[in-house]
Design a protein around this ligand. Sequence first.
Ligand SMILES: [Zn+2]
Length: 127
Amino acid sequence: MRCTYCRARAGLIRRTCATCARVIEIVDKSAGNVGFQTLVDIFKAEDLSQQQVDRVLDAQVGGGPTIRDRLTSQMTNALMRGLGMPGRQSPEDVRRVRESMNGASGQGTYTPNFHNSQGQEPPTGAH
Ligand SMILES: [Zn+2]
């Protein structure tokens, strides 16, 4: 089996390699509780590079929202609730916004993104 996220060898039954599994575990544990910057710090402390994290967060698995979409929606909702608003943005909403911003116009194309601009903040949740 090859890793769903980075295509490295994952093992006989595993669909996720150890590195990507760690990224997902951290996201699952932290999402909704910490901001994106804190999450980035945790990844750094775990010795995960930005590339290793990005390829998991931005992996398009089965055409659904990416983990980054999920994170963005959770953080946006947390932020809105903090301001006394309902905060009901779903990962699908985030994906739609992202795709319309990228000009993909819903054709399901893999859009080029900000991977090659190292050190620059991704345009997510920056309000
Ligand atoms: Zn992997």
